[in-house]
Design a protein around this ligand. Structure first.
Ligand SMILES: [Ca+2]
Length: 732
């Protein structure tokens, strides 16, 4: 098989399972492996086994027959319907249904993945990769569709804007969860066009810390947040995933502590009492304090050293030493935030959430706190501590003289000025910092995302080659994984072994990156109005680079569903609100020629600062209300689709009830047929005089013809009106 052919054909494989075994206890490993294959077979999955790298086996899995697949599709759709995510009841005739409502690749892969991993009680094989009894199962992944991937990258890299069709295609291939990330980034990218253009004008004509720029930018952020909420809902309708976050299987890790019987349904449910969870959640407070202290003190320390070296120190190697705090920060921050993230995850596990959605929401909130500190604290320290209070703080920075002691020639070079008049604030510091975070760090981040995994992979390949060369030289004890491959499969298996080594894609990392980036825009862009322009350029590349990353650096992601960007929406709203505070504070503090106060707190009026924050926050609330009201009026394809479906259902029901009404005898017929007999009847009944006044009143005229006749008689007998008679005469 030629190499290109090996890339273009997946040989009908749905999923690949990597089974890694310890060579110590071979009997146990063999037994477990047999269990695995048997479990897969029990749910209708056929398997083929090949040798893998480093004591692993590759199990190729596919659904054994079309009938099995139909059965699973039907079950999945019924589940959606029962939970209200699907409006029409799925028909048992799946083959017919699939003609009207075809299955996307994403749906197919999701159903098969769930078939492998869902518990046996829910009809799955119960294989939980890396967990519990299935620790040996290292990963379960689908093979990349390289033909599609190639087209995808080619298409995206040659067009400016991603269309709704492009996003639909991602949804059909990768599932809604990933499609939501691309939809969000695309919406954010298009929204950046305006502030980018306006930012250039502001930079050229209005200068830094412009009130007009701050107001327009804040307004834009409010509109964007509200627009995205609207858009998100619309996509959920269009993709038919409204409410899927509610259909969820319990987390395997959830440990119920109490079993209760539902009084209404009689179902036995394992629960975890909310008050117990609340107690555990209280641990978040010490966690947040510890995180703020650990990360905050590191950042504050590096900040102090940096100010000391650049503003106070006046000895040799100054230009090099200035980078010392950056080095400390870039090495220590990932370390500390890594430890804190582990803590956060442990704490989140301990809080024992029932569903993935709730678990993720809680974890995201914790991670967001960490990100908030590491990303924005350095800028806030400069803006709200160094600039206004610099002259008070700088004399105390002598404590950092230790860091430069080995280089200084005399004491004088590292003595801070003791009097504020001897010291001047460096007003460009804040701007330099913002440029670093919004340009340099973005470019570096992008490179880290794409290039580092590539180098890592190349490194692995090199090491492997060296190992096998050494093994060959020393007598070739360990044959390579592909030694027994059939010649026609060789290329294909080599490719699968490569894909098995790749990382698992987690879309939340990419989403977090975007939300953190948005934070710089909404919180600080008034410092340097070219921020949106930088983000606009960065995000065009980012969207494509992430697509490449998924295709090349990652295993094919399992297509999960979602009906929003989830907890990141809360983060987005929070940042927008917080931006209304920081922007107004920055404008108030620095709008004085863009230089800001001279470093003494005396020039800042506390009440003025509070007033401007108070004012801008109320303006924020008002604009948010106006924007959300205006945006809710906007029609959109998803809403149109939902409306059309509702209309058709309504029409159908109305028609049905109308048909029933037509079967009843109408009053007109009744009147025609019954008028004579009714009159006789009336006379008879009236003489009996047994009716109630109400019955008598309604019994005088039977049928509409009688009523009409009585009316006509009244008209005929009427005496002509004098005035009217006069008028008629005139007309004549
Ligand atoms: Ca990214």
């Amino acid at each position: 098989m030629a190499k290109s052919h090996a890339l273009n054909n997946n040989l009908g494989v749905d999923f690949v399972t990597v089974y890694r075994f310890a060579t110590g206890d071979k009997a146990k490993a063999e037994q477990r492996f047999e269990d695995l294959i048997q479990r897969l077979a029990s749910v209708g999955l056929a398997s083929e086994v090949r040798n893998g790298e480093n004591h692993s086996l590759l199990v190729f899995v596919r659904v054994s027959s079309e009938q099995h697949m139909f059965g699973e599709v039907y079950r999945s759709r019924v589940k959606d319907w029962v939970h209200g995510a699907r409006s029409a009841e799925p028909s048992c005739e799946v083959r017919q249904t699939l003609e009207q409502d075809p299955m996307s690749e994403a749906e197919r892969f999701r159903i098969i993945y769930q078939l492998i991993t869902n518990p046996q009680s829910e009809g799955g094989a119960g294989i939980t990769p890396k967990k519990g009894d299935w620790e040996n199962v290292e990963s379960v992944f689908a093979l990349h569709d390289h033909v599609y991937n190639k087209e995808w990258i080619k298409k995206w890299s040659t067009q400016w804007i991603l269309t709704a069709q492009d996003l639909d295609e991602i949804r059909d291939r990768m599932g809604e969860k990933i499609a939501y990330y691309f939809a969000f980034t695309q919406a954010y990218f298009s929204f950046l066009l305006f502030p980018a253009g306006f930012g250039i004008l502001a930079w050229a004509f209005l200068g830094y810390y412009s009130t007009i720029y701050a107001m327009i930018c804040s307004l834009w952020c409010v509109i964007f947040t509200e627009y995205w909420k609207h858009q998100e809902f619309d996509l959920a309708l269009r993709w038919g995933v409204r409410g899927v976050s509610a259909i969820e299987d319990k987390r395997h890790e959830f440990k119920p502590t109490k079993e209760v019987t539902d009084s209404q349904t009689g179902e036995k449910i394992g629960t975890f009492p909310p008050q117990e969870r609340l107690q555990r959640q209280l641990l978040q407070i010490p966690f947040a304090i510890a995180a703020a202290l650990a990360l905050g003190s590191l950042i504050a320390m590096c900040f102090g050293i940096e100010v000391f070296i650049s503003e106070v120190y006046d000895g040799p190697l100054k230009s090099v030493l200035v980078f010392l705090p950056t080095v400390i920060l870039t090495t220590c921050t990932p370390l500390i935030s890594g430890i804190m993230t582990t803590f956060a995850t442990r704490l989140n596990d301990f809080e024992n959430y029932e569903t993935h959605t709730r678990y993720e929401r809680a974890l995201t909130a914790k991670i967001f706190v960490l990100n908030f500190i590491t990303s924005y604290l350095p800028v806030m320290l400069t803006a709200f501590v160094y600039v206004p209070f610099g002259s008070i703080i700088v004399p105390y920075l002598d404590i950092f003289s230790l860091t430069v002691k080995p280089f200084a020639e005399n004491e004088k070079q590292m003595t801070a000025p003791k009097h504020p008049s001897q010291f001047t604030i460096n007003p460009a510091r804040l701007r330099k910092q913002i440029i670093y975070f919004t340009v340099t760090a973005q470019v570096v981040g992008l490179a880290m995302e794409v290039i580092v995994p590539y180098l890592k992979r190349q490194g692995f390949i090199k090491i492997k080659q060296m190992q096998s060369a050494r093994a060959k030289a020393s007598g070739g004890i360990t044959p390579s994984a592909g030694a027994d491959d059939a010649p026609e499969e060789k290329e294909f298996l080599a490719r699968v072994r490569g894909e098995a080594e790749l990382d698992v894609y987690d879309v939340t990392t990419d989403l977090r990156e975007m939300v953190v980036q948005y934070g710089y825009l909404t919180l600080f862009s008034v410092i340097w109005p070219l921020v949106p322009l930088s983000f606009l350029i960065n995000n065009w590349v980012e969207l494509r680079a992430d697509a490449v990353k998924i295709c090349v650096e990652m295993q094919r992601p399992t297509p999960w569903r979602a009906d929003s960007i989830g907890p990141w929406l809360d983060a987005l709203s929070f940042l927008t609100w917080f931006g209304s505070i920081t922007m107004s504070a920055l404008v108030y503090l620095f709008s004085n020629d863009g230089l800001g106060p001279d470093g003494s707190p005396a020039s800042i009026k506390g009440w003025g600062l509070l007033l401007s924050i108070f004012f801008s926050e109320h303006l924020y609330l008002l604009t948010r209300w106006a924007a959300s009201t205006a945006i809710s009026e906007i029609d959109s394809p998803g809403r149109q689709k939902a409306r059309r479906e509702r209309y058709l259902t309504r029409q159908k029901l109305f028609q049905e009830s109308l048909d029933q009404t037509h079967q009843l005898p109408t009053l007109s017929e009744k009147g025609e047929q019954l008028s004579r007999t009714d009159l006789e009847e009336e006379a008879r009944q009236g003489s009996l005089n047994t009716r109630s006044p109400e019955e008598k009143f309604w019994a005088r005229q039977q049928g509409w013809r009688t009523s009409a006749q009585v009316g006509r008689d009244f008209i005929a007998r009427a005496v002509p009106d004098q005035k009217e008679a006069g008028r008629e005469k005139k007309e004549l």
